[in-house]
Structure formats: structure tokens, C-alpha cells
Design a protein around this ligand. Structure first.
Ligand SMILES: Cc1cc2nc3c(=O)[nH]c(=O)nc-3n(C[C@H](O)[C@H](O)[C@H](O)COP(=O)(O)OP(=O)(O)OC[C@H]3O[C@@H](n4cnc5c(N)ncnc54)[C@H](O)[C@@H]3O)c2cc1C
Length: 381
């Protein structure tokens, strides 16, 4: 009998497993694939502030590909907002290697990792798994569903999520010539409901991707690379869903809890889920610790996520707000934001993960007051 079975060896599950084990609770991680972090579907862009807060410098340094100083965000009609710092604001990591580094940490703390072990069903403290084609049973007091966007645990808990809460992403590694210091984000008709991106690994290689709600992301991607005249040898591709819905309010049912993409703890504005998913994994582990140590209800996990959810909800509102605008309205908004010096403001105060930390500061900048009508519309979204 394990104290906790964690379904999924991604960042959220591995963060939860390590924390649980450190707090003395025997945990097993169940991963359906033969290798952690393979296959990988991710750009691997994470904020330096998030890395510092989580204390994962070692894992990032081991898997670091590039350091970025900012981003250029383009509207449909090529209006641009630039966020630019003199120091590193984000890292590009080898995501597969990063997950394997997190797994080594969890195992070193004492957690058990079972590969090629897919969770099929859960009944109370019994987890039914398939290992190399054979059915097996694992016993655990608590089950953490950290099994990603298409979570089976979430379905077993009876939580239904419609397809409108996801975008479909497609990404290719391209060899060519790129500015190694900046990520680029493109809003355009080719990326209905989301955006396209170029994230450089170095001067000669970049992750070029697009996510949309059109139902044909490959076609959208081809329109984008033709329009931007992106040429070069394509090396690797991946395709996957990203949750962009509101973070789930109910993430606990009986002895089951959800963390990471499974709980929609993903930034709906950008699709990033590594940093906040790991925070959620740790909060989840702390709630399980309190449950075992002092009989606190597991439901406390939902309360523990309040601050995280405030930021996730802001990301979700930003996404709703952008998606409610026409191409012309977005162009106009970008022009207004340029005059209000939003780029300069974000360069000084922005935080990729936690908008709650800088939105209030915007009110103190007179240049930003011209955006007040849009700000009020945003709040009423
Ligand atoms: C194209 C693309 C680009 C992205 N780029 C970024 C980025 O630059 N930065 C960022 O922060 N985020 C990015 N994301 C999002 C990020 O990848 C996710 O938010 C993050 O991986 C979520 O972590 P997780 O641990 O919740 O789930 P996952 O990383 O999805 O891990 C879930 C694990 O569970 C396993 N699993 C699933 N079902 C079962 C089962 N039944 N039994 C056993 N194991 C199971 C899976 O194999 C997987 O290993 C991107 C996503 C996509 C699709």
C-alpha cells in the first residue's frame, strides 16, 4: 500500500511526488510511456522568475538551450509591442531532459517510478493499471491525477470539459537564421483563438509553432510559415492539445486530486503550464501531507490554490478579452498600447506567470490611463 499514487510523470506529477516523499509519504509515480519526457510536445519556454521561486536552477542549468531577454508581440497588421530587458527574462530548455531531471530528483527523494504503466481505472484505493500489456493492481490511499490535458483521472472523477476549452498546437523545430535573444508571438487569422510563435534555441534553430481552434492546425501552420516566409530544414514536430479554459474549481473528489494541465492550471493567455503546474503539484502534496498528518480534509487543496487560481483566472480573462476582439480592434488596441508605453511598462514590471503582481501598478502610470476604457471592458469580460 502506497500513501499516494501519482498518475503522470510530467512537471506537475513529479513536483508533487518529490514533495510528498520529502515529507515522508511513500509515493509511486505511474507513467504510461517507456521513458519520462518522451514523446515531448512543448516549446520549453519558462520564466526566470518562476525558476527562482521554485528553486529549480540545477534542473534548468542541466537542460538549458537558450536565455531570452524578451519578446516581440505582433498584431494582425504588424503593429508590435516589444518587451525587452537587459538581463535574462526566460529560459528555453530541453523539455524531455528537464522532465527526466525532475524524475531523478523525485527518485533520489525516495519516490518509486513505474514506467510503461498506464492507469486504466480507479476504485477507491485500488488503481488498475496496464503494464506491458498485462493488467495489474496498485494500492494507494490517495490518487493524484497529473496526467495532462487529456486526463483520464479527470474523466473518472466525473468532470466533463468541452472541446471549446482547448486549442490544438502544432510545432516544428526549424533550422535557419533567427535572433537568439527574443521570442516572437504573432496574432493573425491563421491562428484563430490563439497565436503563432518563434522561439529560438540559438541563431540557427528555433521552435516554430501555432495553436488554433480552427480544427485544422496543420493547414493554419502552413499558412503562417508561408506568410512569414519561414524557410529551413524541419527537424522535429509535435502536436497536442493545450487547455485554455478557466482553472477547475473542483479539483478534489473523495481520495482523488488533480494537478497541472489535468486541472487546467495552464496559462490560457500563452499556453504555458510548466511553472504554475509545478507550484500546483507542491500545493497538492502539502494538502495530502496535512491530511495524513493531522486529518485535514483533502479539499483544502482547492483553498490552497486560491492565489494561483487568481493569476490563472487573469490569464483566462486576457484570453477571453483578446478572442472577443476583431482583427481591426486588436490592431487599434496595439496602437493605443504603443502610445501608452505598455512595452516599456512590461519591460520594467511584467511577470510572465503572475499578472496579479503588475496589473495594479499600471494604474500608477499616467501614460497607461488612456487604456482605462479598455481596462474597464477587460474587467467586465
Ligand atoms: C506545443 C506545445 C508547446 C508548449 N510550450 C510550453 C512552453 O513553452 N512553456 C510552458 O510552460 N508550457 C508549454 N506548454 C504546456 C506544457 O507542456 C504543459 O502545461 C505541461 O506539460 C503540463 O504538465 P503536466 O505535468 O500537467 O502534464 P504533462 O506534462 O502532459 O504530463 C502528463 C504525463 O502523464 C502521462 N499520462 C497520461 N495519461 C496517463 C495514464 N493514464 N497513465 C499513466 N500516465 C499517463 C503522460 O504520458 C505524461 O508523461 C506547451 C504545450 C504544447 C502542446
Amino acid at each position: 500500500m502506497y500513501m499516494a499514487a501519482i498518475v503522470g510523470a510530467g512537471p506537475a506529477g513529479l513536483a508533487a511526488a518529490k514533495r510528498l516523499q520529502e515529507r515522508g509519504w511513500k509515493s509511486v509515480i505511474l507513467e504510461e510511456h517507456a521513458v519520462v519526457g518522451d514523446p515531448v510536445a512543448c516549446t520549453g519556454l519558462i520564466s526566470s522568475s518562476g525558476v527562482n521561486e521554485l528553486g529549480i536552477r540545477k534542473e534548468v542549468e542541466e537542460t538549458l538551450l537558450n536565455k531570452l531577454r524578451g519578446a516581440q508581440i505582433f498584431s494582425h497588421n504588424h503593429e508590435m509591442i516589444e518587451v525587452k530587458r537587459t538581463e535574462t527574462v526566460a529560459y528555453v530548455i530541453d523539455r524531455g531532459a528537464f522532465d527526466r531531471a525532475l524524475a531523478r530528483e523525485a527518485i533520489a527523494a525516495g519516490a518509486e517510478l513505474r514506467l510503461e504503466t498506464g492507469m486504466i481505472d480507479v476504485r477507491k484505493e485500488t488503481v488498475f493499471v496496464e503494464h506491458k500489456g498485462r493488467g495489474e493492481i496498485i494500492k494507494a490511499k490517495v490518487i493524484v491525477g497529473a496526467d495532462g490535458a487529456n486526463s483520464k483521472t479527470r474523466r473518472i472523477m466525473g468532470i466533463n470539459t468541452g472541446i471549446e476549452n482547448f486549442v490544438h498546437a502544432y510545432q516544428v523545430d526549424v533550422k535557419g537564421h533567427f535572433d537568439p535573444h527574443f521570442a516572437q508571438v504573432f496574432l493573425g487569422n491563421y491562428a484563430k483563438g490563439f497565436f503563432a510563435w518563434i522561439v529560438p534555441e540559438n541563431e540557427e534553430r528555433a521552435r516554430v509553432g501555432l495553436a488554433s481552434t480552427s480544427g485544422n492546425v496543420r493547414k493554419d501552420f502552413n499558412v503562417f510559415i508561408n506568410e512569414k516566409n519561414i524557410t529551413g530544414e524541419a527537424c522535429d514536430m509535435c502536436s497536442k492539445l493545450i487547455p485554455v479554459g478557466e482553472p477547475l474549481k473542483a479539483t478534489v473528489k473523495d481520495n482523488m486530486l488533480l494537478a497541472g494541465d489535468a486541472a487546467f492550471q495552464t496559462k490560457a493567455s500563452t499556453g504555458g503550464g510548466i511553472i504554475l503546474g509545478m507550484h500546483a503539484g507542491r500545493i497538492c502534496a502539502d494538502a495530502i501531507h496535512d491530511h495524513f498528518a493531522s486529518d485535514a480534509p483533502l479539499k483544502n487543496y482547492e483553498k490552497g490554490c486560491n492565489a494561483l487560481n487568481n493569476d490563472l483566472r487573469l490569464h483566462w480573462k486576457i484570453r477571453q478579452f483578446i478572442n472577443s476582439k476583431s482583427e481591426e480592434q486588436i490592431d487599434k488596441l496595439f496602437r493605443e498600447m504603443g502610445k501608452a508605453k505598455v512595452g516599456e511598462f512590461l519591460s520594467e514590471h511584467g511577470d510572465m506567470d503572475r499578472p496579479s503582481r503588475f496589473i495594479g501598478k499600471a494604474l500608477t502610470k499616467p501614460s497607461m490611463w488612456r487604456l482605462l476604457p479598455q481596462g474597464l471592458k477587460f474587467l467586465s469580460t
